[in-house]
Design a protein around this ligand. Sequence first.
Ligand SMILES: [Fe+2]
Ligand SMILES: [Fe+2]
Length: 364
Amino acid sequence: MSFRFYNGEMNNKSTGMFLGEDSGIRNYDDIKYPIALDLNSALFAEYWIEHEIKLQKDIEEFRGLNEQEQYGYKMETGALNWLDSIATDFNFWLTSVITDSSWRSVFALINSFEVLHNRSYQYLTSTVLNDQEKRQAFDDVRKIPQMVKRNAYIIEPLQDMVEVLKRYNANDYVKDEHKVSDLELKQAIFKGMVNYQILEGLYFSGGFVYFHALARTNRMIGSNSLISMIKEDENQHSVVYGTALQILMLEFPELNTEENLQYTIDRFKTAVELEKDWVRYILKDIDIISIKEYDDYIEYLANLILRNSGMKDVYPNNSELKSKWINTYGAKHRPKSDGISTREDFLQTSSIAYQHSGGEDFDL
Ligand SMILES: [Fe+2]
Ligand SMILES: [Fe+2]
Protein backbone atom coordinates (compact mmCIF):
# COMPACT_ATOMS: atom_id res chain seq x y z
CA MET A 1 0.00 0.00 0.00
CA SER A 2 1.36 3.41 -0.88
CA PHE A 3 1.97 6.05 1.75
CA ARG A 4 -0.90 7.54 3.76
CA PHE A 5 -0.65 9.97 6.66
CA TYR A 6 -3.41 8.11 8.48
CA ASN A 7 -5.13 4.82 7.98
CA GLY A 8 -8.13 4.55 10.32
CA GLU A 9 -8.58 0.86 9.60
CA MET A 10 -5.20 -0.14 10.96
CA ASN A 11 -3.70 -0.42 14.46
CA ASN A 12 -1.03 1.98 15.63
CA LYS A 13 1.36 -0.99 15.79
CA SER A 14 2.60 -1.79 12.30
CA THR A 15 2.36 -5.16 10.62
CA GLY A 16 5.90 -4.77 9.22
CA MET A 17 8.74 -2.37 8.53
CA PHE A 18 8.47 -3.01 4.79
CA LEU A 19 5.28 -3.75 2.86
CA GLY A 20 3.27 -3.61 6.08
CA GLU A 21 0.62 -1.22 7.36
CA ASP A 22 -0.13 0.89 10.41
CA SER A 23 -2.36 3.79 11.38
CA GLY A 24 0.46 6.32 11.09
CA ILE A 25 0.11 7.36 14.73
CA ARG A 26 3.30 7.03 16.80
CA ASN A 27 2.58 5.32 20.10
CA TYR A 28 5.99 4.21 21.35
CA ASP A 29 4.45 1.89 23.93
CA ASP A 30 2.92 -0.08 21.11
CA ILE A 31 5.44 -0.57 18.33
CA LYS A 32 6.41 -3.75 16.52
CA TYR A 33 10.17 -3.23 16.92
CA PRO A 34 11.01 -1.67 20.31
CA ILE A 35 14.59 -1.12 19.13
CA ALA A 36 13.25 1.72 16.96
CA LEU A 37 12.67 3.72 20.15
CA ASP A 38 16.12 2.81 21.54
CA LEU A 39 17.80 3.91 18.33
CA ASN A 40 15.72 7.08 18.27
CA SER A 41 16.93 7.93 21.80
CA ALA A 42 20.54 6.97 21.02
CA LEU A 43 20.58 9.25 17.98
CA PHE A 44 19.17 12.18 19.93
CA ALA A 45 21.71 11.62 22.71
CA GLU A 46 24.53 12.42 20.27
CA TYR A 47 23.07 15.73 19.23
CA TRP A 48 25.65 18.43 18.56
CA ILE A 49 26.20 21.46 16.35
CA GLU A 50 29.24 22.43 14.34
CA HIS A 51 30.00 25.62 16.27
CA GLU A 52 30.87 23.59 19.38
CA ILE A 53 34.19 22.90 17.64
CA LYS A 54 36.68 25.74 17.58
CA LEU A 55 38.90 25.93 14.51
CA GLN A 56 41.07 29.02 15.16
CA LYS A 57 44.28 27.03 15.46
CA ASP A 58 43.51 25.12 12.29
CA ILE A 59 43.43 28.35 10.26
CA GLU A 60 47.14 28.89 10.92
CA GLU A 61 48.06 25.23 10.83
CA PHE A 62 46.54 24.73 7.41
CA ARG A 63 49.06 27.25 6.01
CA GLY A 64 51.82 25.11 7.51
CA LEU A 65 50.73 21.95 5.67
CA ASN A 66 52.73 21.13 2.56
CA GLU A 67 51.05 21.46 -0.82
CA GLN A 68 50.07 17.80 -1.09
CA GLU A 69 48.68 17.74 2.44
CA GLN A 70 46.61 20.86 1.70
CA TYR A 71 45.34 19.25 -1.47
CA GLY A 72 44.40 16.09 0.46
CA TYR A 73 42.56 18.17 3.06
CA LYS A 74 40.51 19.95 0.41
CA MET A 75 39.69 16.88 -1.65
CA GLU A 76 38.87 14.66 1.32
CA THR A 77 36.54 17.34 2.70
CA GLY A 78 34.85 17.65 -0.68
CA ALA A 79 34.58 13.88 -1.00
CA LEU A 80 32.95 13.51 2.42
CA ASN A 81 30.55 16.34 1.66
CA TRP A 82 29.57 14.53 -1.53
CA LEU A 83 28.80 11.34 0.38
CA ASP A 84 26.73 13.23 2.94
CA SER A 85 24.76 14.88 0.14
CA ILE A 86 23.85 11.43 -1.19
CA ALA A 87 23.06 10.24 2.33
CA THR A 88 20.45 12.96 2.87
CA ASP A 89 18.57 12.11 -0.29
CA PHE A 90 18.90 8.34 0.10
CA ASN A 91 17.28 8.47 3.54
CA PHE A 92 14.45 10.57 2.18
CA TRP A 93 13.67 8.07 -0.58
CA LEU A 94 13.99 4.97 1.53
CA THR A 95 11.63 6.48 4.10
CA SER A 96 8.94 6.70 1.43
CA VAL A 97 8.56 2.89 1.46
CA ILE A 98 8.98 2.22 5.19
CA THR A 99 5.61 1.14 6.52
CA ASP A 100 6.32 1.38 10.25
CA SER A 101 5.89 4.97 11.39
CA SER A 102 8.26 4.59 14.38
CA TRP A 103 11.01 3.63 11.92
CA ARG A 104 10.19 6.55 9.66
CA SER A 105 10.91 8.76 12.66
CA VAL A 106 14.32 7.09 13.12
CA PHE A 107 15.23 7.88 9.51
CA ALA A 108 13.93 11.43 9.87
CA LEU A 109 16.37 11.85 12.75
CA ILE A 110 19.24 10.36 10.76
CA ASN A 111 18.46 12.84 8.05
CA SER A 112 18.72 15.76 10.46
CA PHE A 113 22.27 14.60 11.22
CA GLU A 114 23.12 14.28 7.52
CA VAL A 115 21.99 17.88 7.09
CA LEU A 116 24.24 18.86 10.00
CA HIS A 117 27.17 17.03 8.40
CA ASN A 118 26.86 19.01 5.17
CA ARG A 119 26.65 22.18 7.24
CA SER A 120 29.79 21.10 9.09
CA TYR A 121 31.80 20.87 5.87
CA GLN A 122 30.61 24.36 5.00
CA TYR A 123 31.75 25.56 8.42
CA LEU A 124 35.07 23.76 8.10
CA THR A 125 35.87 25.08 4.64
CA SER A 126 34.58 28.60 5.31
CA THR A 127 36.75 28.86 8.41
CA VAL A 128 39.97 27.23 7.23
CA LEU A 129 40.06 27.85 3.46
CA ASN A 130 39.94 30.94 1.31
CA ASP A 131 37.30 31.33 -1.40
CA GLN A 132 39.32 29.77 -4.16
CA GLU A 133 40.38 26.81 -2.02
CA LYS A 134 36.81 26.30 -0.94
CA ARG A 135 35.62 26.14 -4.53
CA GLN A 136 38.34 23.58 -5.20
CA ALA A 137 37.13 21.45 -2.30
CA PHE A 138 33.57 21.27 -3.59
CA ASP A 139 34.15 21.34 -7.35
CA ASP A 140 37.55 19.82 -8.17
CA VAL A 141 36.79 16.59 -6.36
CA ARG A 142 34.06 15.97 -8.93
CA LYS A 143 36.67 15.92 -11.68
CA ILE A 144 39.11 13.37 -10.25
CA PRO A 145 38.61 10.19 -12.31
CA GLN A 146 39.35 7.81 -9.41
CA MET A 147 36.81 9.57 -7.20
CA VAL A 148 34.20 9.81 -9.95
CA LYS A 149 34.57 6.09 -10.65
CA ARG A 150 34.46 5.16 -6.99
CA ASN A 151 31.31 7.15 -6.31
CA ALA A 152 29.57 6.18 -9.55
CA TYR A 153 29.92 2.59 -8.39
CA ILE A 154 27.48 3.23 -5.53
CA ILE A 155 25.45 6.07 -7.03
CA GLU A 156 24.25 3.85 -9.89
CA PRO A 157 22.73 1.09 -7.74
CA LEU A 158 21.30 3.65 -5.31
CA GLN A 159 19.68 5.42 -8.25
CA ASP A 160 18.39 2.04 -9.50
CA MET A 161 16.68 1.55 -6.15
CA VAL A 162 15.11 4.98 -6.33
CA GLU A 163 13.80 4.31 -9.86
CA VAL A 164 11.97 1.23 -8.54
CA LEU A 165 10.66 3.24 -5.58
CA LYS A 166 9.37 5.98 -7.88
CA ARG A 167 7.47 3.40 -9.92
CA TYR A 168 6.24 1.61 -6.81
CA ASN A 169 4.91 4.84 -5.37
CA ALA A 170 2.97 5.36 -8.61
CA ASN A 171 1.42 1.86 -8.49
CA ASP A 172 -2.04 3.26 -7.69
CA TYR A 173 -2.09 5.13 -10.98
CA VAL A 174 -0.94 2.55 -13.52
CA LYS A 175 -2.39 -0.59 -15.09
CA ASP A 176 -1.62 -3.89 -13.40
CA GLU A 177 1.00 -4.91 -15.95
CA HIS A 178 3.05 -1.82 -15.09
CA LYS A 179 2.85 -2.17 -11.33
CA VAL A 180 6.00 -2.93 -9.35
CA SER A 181 5.64 -6.32 -7.66
CA ASP A 182 6.35 -6.80 -3.97
CA LEU A 183 9.33 -9.01 -4.85
CA GLU A 184 10.82 -6.36 -7.12
CA LEU A 185 10.46 -3.79 -4.37
CA LYS A 186 12.04 -6.01 -1.69
CA GLN A 187 14.94 -6.86 -3.95
CA ALA A 188 15.48 -3.19 -4.81
CA ILE A 189 15.50 -2.24 -1.12
CA PHE A 190 17.95 -5.05 -0.37
CA LYS A 191 20.41 -3.96 -3.04
CA GLY A 192 19.97 -0.30 -2.13
CA MET A 193 20.80 -0.97 1.51
CA VAL A 194 23.81 -3.16 0.70
CA ASN A 195 25.30 -0.40 -1.44
CA TYR A 196 24.40 2.20 1.14
CA GLN A 197 26.40 0.22 3.70
CA ILE A 198 29.40 0.65 1.41
CA LEU A 199 28.84 4.39 1.51
CA GLU A 200 28.29 4.60 5.29
CA GLY A 201 30.73 1.99 6.51
CA LEU A 202 33.51 1.86 3.94
CA TYR A 203 33.78 5.09 1.96
CA PHE A 204 33.07 7.47 4.83
CA SER A 205 35.40 5.75 7.27
CA GLY A 206 38.19 5.69 4.70
CA GLY A 207 37.91 9.46 4.26
CA PHE A 208 37.91 10.14 8.00
CA VAL A 209 41.30 8.45 8.37
CA TYR A 210 43.06 11.29 6.56
CA PHE A 211 42.03 13.71 9.31
CA HIS A 212 42.98 11.25 12.06
CA ALA A 213 46.41 10.94 10.44
CA LEU A 214 46.88 14.72 10.44
CA ALA A 215 45.85 14.84 14.11
CA ARG A 216 48.40 12.13 14.86
CA THR A 217 51.06 14.56 13.68
CA ASN A 218 49.52 17.13 16.02
CA ARG A 219 48.04 19.26 13.27
CA MET A 220 44.46 20.23 12.36
CA ILE A 221 43.14 18.96 15.69
CA GLY A 222 39.94 21.02 15.45
CA SER A 223 39.15 19.64 12.01
CA ASN A 224 39.73 16.12 13.27
CA SER A 225 37.43 16.74 16.25
CA LEU A 226 34.66 17.83 13.89
CA ILE A 227 35.28 14.78 11.70
CA SER A 228 35.21 12.50 14.74
CA MET A 229 31.79 13.89 15.72
CA ILE A 230 30.57 13.02 12.24
CA LYS A 231 32.25 9.61 12.41
CA GLU A 232 30.37 8.71 15.58
CA ASP A 233 27.11 9.58 13.86
CA GLU A 234 28.00 7.49 10.83
CA ASN A 235 28.79 4.55 13.07
CA GLN A 236 25.31 4.87 14.55
CA HIS A 237 23.77 5.09 11.11
CA SER A 238 25.60 1.98 10.09
CA VAL A 239 24.04 0.19 13.06
CA VAL A 240 20.58 1.46 12.11
CA TYR A 241 21.03 0.30 8.53
CA GLY A 242 22.44 -3.03 9.66
CA THR A 243 19.38 -3.49 11.86
CA ALA A 244 17.05 -2.46 9.05
CA LEU A 245 18.73 -4.97 6.74
CA GLN A 246 18.37 -7.64 9.39
CA ILE A 247 14.65 -6.87 9.69
CA LEU A 248 14.23 -6.92 5.92
CA MET A 249 15.72 -10.42 5.83
CA LEU A 250 13.57 -11.56 8.75
CA GLU A 251 10.39 -10.23 7.21
CA PHE A 252 11.27 -11.71 3.82
CA PRO A 253 13.43 -14.84 4.19
CA GLU A 254 13.06 -15.39 0.44
CA LEU A 255 15.74 -12.71 0.01
CA ASN A 256 18.26 -14.98 1.69
CA THR A 257 19.56 -16.48 -1.54
CA GLU A 258 23.02 -17.56 -2.61
CA GLU A 259 22.76 -14.97 -5.37
CA ASN A 260 22.13 -12.12 -2.94
CA LEU A 261 24.96 -13.31 -0.70
CA GLN A 262 27.37 -13.38 -3.63
CA TYR A 263 26.08 -10.00 -4.80
CA THR A 264 26.95 -8.50 -1.42
CA ILE A 265 30.45 -9.98 -1.32
CA ASP A 266 31.17 -8.94 -4.92
CA ARG A 267 29.97 -5.39 -4.30
CA PHE A 268 32.25 -5.02 -1.29
CA LYS A 269 35.27 -6.51 -3.03
CA THR A 270 35.03 -4.14 -5.99
CA ALA A 271 34.34 -1.20 -3.67
CA VAL A 272 37.55 -2.01 -1.80
CA GLU A 273 39.53 -2.04 -5.06
CA LEU A 274 38.06 1.31 -6.13
CA GLU A 275 38.90 2.79 -2.73
CA LYS A 276 42.47 1.56 -3.13
CA ASP A 277 42.70 3.23 -6.57
CA TRP A 278 41.47 6.50 -5.10
CA VAL A 279 43.89 6.38 -2.21
CA ARG A 280 46.85 5.77 -4.52
CA TYR A 281 45.95 9.06 -6.11
CA ILE A 282 45.20 11.15 -3.02
CA LEU A 283 48.01 9.84 -0.80
CA LYS A 284 50.68 10.12 -3.48
CA ASP A 285 53.57 12.09 -1.97
CA ILE A 286 51.88 12.20 1.45
CA ASP A 287 53.66 10.41 4.27
CA ILE A 288 51.29 10.81 7.25
CA ILE A 289 49.72 7.45 6.44
CA SER A 290 51.15 4.77 4.18
CA ILE A 291 49.25 3.17 1.33
CA LYS A 292 49.79 -0.21 2.99
CA GLU A 293 48.26 1.01 6.25
CA TYR A 294 45.30 2.42 4.37
CA ASP A 295 44.80 -0.77 2.34
CA ASP A 296 44.83 -2.82 5.53
CA TYR A 297 42.31 -0.50 7.15
CA ILE A 298 39.91 -0.63 4.20
CA GLU A 299 40.09 -4.42 4.08
CA TYR A 300 39.50 -4.54 7.82
CA LEU A 301 36.42 -2.31 7.45
CA ALA A 302 35.00 -4.50 4.69
CA ASN A 303 35.49 -7.55 6.92
CA LEU A 304 33.82 -5.80 9.81
CA ILE A 305 30.72 -4.77 7.89
CA LEU A 306 30.33 -8.18 6.27
CA ARG A 307 30.92 -9.94 9.60
CA ASN A 308 28.25 -7.76 11.18
CA SER A 309 25.97 -8.97 8.42
CA GLY A 310 26.54 -12.60 9.36
CA MET A 311 29.13 -13.31 6.67
CA LYS A 312 32.70 -14.50 6.69
CA ASP A 313 35.73 -12.23 6.40
CA VAL A 314 36.77 -11.80 2.80
CA TYR A 315 40.23 -10.51 3.77
CA PRO A 316 41.60 -13.00 6.33
CA ASN A 317 44.85 -11.01 6.69
CA ASN A 318 42.93 -8.07 8.09
CA SER A 319 40.52 -9.61 10.55
CA GLU A 320 41.90 -7.32 13.25
CA LEU A 321 42.60 -3.60 13.15
CA LYS A 322 46.35 -3.26 12.68
CA SER A 323 46.71 0.51 13.08
CA LYS A 324 45.24 1.04 16.54
CA TRP A 325 45.94 4.76 16.34
CA ILE A 326 43.01 5.11 13.95
CA ASN A 327 40.60 4.40 16.80
CA THR A 328 42.58 6.56 19.22
CA TYR A 329 42.53 9.62 16.97
CA GLY A 330 39.06 8.91 15.64
CA ALA A 331 37.28 8.88 19.00
CA LYS A 332 34.55 11.38 19.56
CA HIS A 333 35.57 14.50 21.44
CA ARG A 334 32.95 16.06 23.61
CA PRO A 335 33.95 19.67 24.02
CA LYS A 336 31.30 20.44 26.61
CA SER A 337 32.09 17.53 28.87
CA ASP A 338 35.08 16.85 31.04
CA GLY A 339 37.29 15.18 28.52
CA ILE A 340 37.44 12.94 25.57
CA SER A 341 34.82 10.30 25.36
CA THR A 342 35.94 7.06 23.87
CA ARG A 343 32.69 5.29 23.36
CA GLU A 344 32.92 1.90 21.82
CA ASP A 345 32.88 1.82 18.09
CA PHE A 346 29.30 0.87 17.23
CA LEU A 347 30.50 -0.96 14.17
CA GLN A 348 32.52 -3.28 16.32
CA THR A 349 29.79 -4.09 18.78
CA SER A 350 26.80 -4.50 16.54
CA SER A 351 25.84 -7.96 15.55
CA ILE A 352 23.80 -8.37 12.47
CA ALA A 353 22.98 -11.91 11.55
CA TYR A 354 20.66 -13.09 8.87
CA GLN A 355 18.75 -15.57 10.95
CA HIS A 356 15.32 -16.42 9.86
CA SER A 357 12.99 -17.69 12.47
CA GLY A 358 9.92 -16.05 11.04
CA GLY A 359 9.38 -12.35 11.52
CA GLU A 360 6.05 -12.35 13.30
CA ASP A 361 7.11 -12.02 16.91
CA PHE A 362 10.40 -10.41 16.21
CA ASP A 363 11.40 -8.41 19.23
CA LEU A 364 14.83 -6.83 19.04
FE1 LIG B 1 26.61 11.89 7.44
FE1 LIG C 1 24.99 8.71 7.77
